[in-house]
Design a protein around this ligand. Structure first.
Ligand code: SF4
Length: 470
């Protein structure tokens, strides 16, 4: 498993805020994702009803997950694939290494798979003297940089074009080029050779179709198709929650996936794979292995976090999250960043290892608003915050602060009286400047911005006055 550094979120976030290159890259990427999704949603009048249907479909599937997974296994096996079940990351790594060793693999090509990041597959392959070669352009860039993905669909989201030129010049050992088309062409020709050297191709799977035992792969570069089709052995590694009942259901999901992710109506390549190469097929792998990973997913069923298993990994929540867009993905310290990561990561590595993440939210609700699967992430982050509080993982100052707040909140008269007194005092003290540069108990807030002076009255009083006027 990838070693988490989520406990360092605060320091990571601070470093990210001070990183000018990262801030430039985030600012450039931000508007693009948001505007494209908005346009795609506006151009499809039934977009919201498709989201409702997709949510209902996934809820139904999760309620019968065992049934659909067994059906998938039966059908995939009938089609000639070999289905492997991995309870955790160690089992998944062992299964994949075993298949690679049996195939005598020296090099494997890989298309983008966050699950392979989750199980730390590249490190395991390298330790076994098998060279992993990332074929997705973004993954290729960060593999050269020795980094991890910072976004689930755009892994090199944080890397500027100049840095890509430097990396290519250094690692491809070719003349430095700067133009995006030239960089693309260079990556294409460099990677093309690698496909022919690979003994095994490893992909993820966007969906598993129970009725036919097929997997669905979605890319914009066509690299997953070359990864699965050219080597003799194909391994598809995916989470158990990816199963859906029928092919029709896959089309429902595909209609909202690309629109939510990149604003496209459909991704450039959508590939349906059923079993390995048959006698009459001209190409395709001779062996097709499907590794179904649990790694904490089944434990989420029936809990506050079950809804998170509806996630189709589109990335929309992070593209609209003010925290993610300020810090980038690496600050989160593990595989899944942004709001979906703030919910998933504590499920996978434990809240004691990731307790800052559910607090990395302004609770503005944008993540839930844009999520195609209508996943209530703020509600789930609140559950994690409660859990932290119970386990005493929150700092003592926050716990005492909450205890004091709870004391007043349970006594509404006292609460209103005290709030009125505090607001009147702050209003009086801040009247001359109109703002505070420092406030006791709010040092974190005032360290990087001023606090506007209140008007001297409480929100409830102002609200009551307005209602009376109306
Ligand atoms: S939580 Fe929703 S918005 Fe975020 S990646 Fe998953 S499906 Fe997309």
């Amino acid at each position: 498993m990838q070693q988490p550094s989520s406990l360092a979120f605060r320091d990571n976030a601070k470093a990210a805020l001070d990183d000018e290159g990262l801030q430039r890259a985030l600012a450039m990427a931000k508007g693009g994702f948001q505007n494209k999704r908005q346009m795609a949603a506006t151009n499809l009048p039934e977009f919201d009803s498709l989201r409702d249907a997709a949510k209902a479909l996934k809820d139904h599937t999760l309620a019968h997950l065992d049934l659909y997974l067994e059906r998938f296994e039966q059908e995939a096996t009938r089609q000639g694939a070999v289905v492997h079940w991995a309870r955790d990351d160690a089992e998944a790594r062992a299964i994949i290494l075993n298949i690679c060793r049996e195939a005598g693999a020296k090099a494997v090509t890989k298309s983008k798979s966050m699950v392979s990041e989750e199980i730390g597959l590249n490190e395991a392959l390298e330790t076994a003297n098998i060279q992993p070669i990332e074929t997705d352009l973004g993954e290729h860039i960060i593999q050269l940089a020795g980094e991890k993905p910072s976004h689930i669909i755009a892994p090199a989201f944080h890397v500027t074009k100049d840095k890509v030129s430097d990396l290519f010049a250094e690692h491809h050992q070719r003349e430095r080029v700067d133009e995006p088309e030239a960089l693309l062409g260079e990556a294409r020709s460099y990677l093309r050779e690698k496909y022919f050297q690979a003994d095994v191709g490893i992909t993820g799977a966007n969906f598993l179709i129970a009725e036919s035992g097929s997997i669905v792969l979605v890319t914009n570069e066509g690299n997953a198709e070359l990864t699965q089709g050219l080597p003799k052995v194909h391994i598809a590694l995916t989470g158990i929650e990816k199963v859906i009942p029928t092919l029709d259901d896959a089309f429902l999901m595909l209609r909202i996936l690309a629109r939510s992710a990149t604003g496209q109506e459909f991704s450039t390549y959508t590939t349906l794979l059923t079993g390995p190469k048959r006698a009459h097929d001209q190409d395709g792998p001779e062996a097709f292995h499907i590794v179904l990973l649990d790694n904490g997913r089944s434990a989420m069923l029936g809990t506050h976090f079950q809804d998170m298993l509806r996630c189709i990994r589109c990335g929309a929540c992070m593209n609209h999250c003010p925290v993610y867009l300020a810090t980038g993905g690496h600050a989160y310290g593990w595989v899944y960043p942004g709001p979906m990561g703030a919910v998933l990561t504590p499920n996978f590595i434990g809240i004691d290892q990731a307790h800052h993440l559910p607090n990395a939210s302004t609770f503005c609700g944008r993540c839930e608003e844009v999520c195609p699967m209508r996943i209530p992430m703020p509600k789930m982050m609140r559950h994690w915050r409660e859990d932290q509080f119970r386990k005493r993982l929150t700092p003592p100052t926050a716990r005492y602060g909450l205890a004091i707040w709870a004391f007043f909140a349970k006594r509404p008269r006292l609460y209103h009286l005290t709030a009125r007194a505090v607001m009147a005092t702050l209003g009086f003290l801040g009247r001359a400047q109109g703002r505070f540069r420092w406030l006791p108990l709010a040092g974190g807030w005032t360290k990087s911005r001023d606090m506007p002076a209140p008007t001297g009255t409480t929100f409830q009083a102002a609200w009551q006055k307005q209602r009376e006027r109306q």
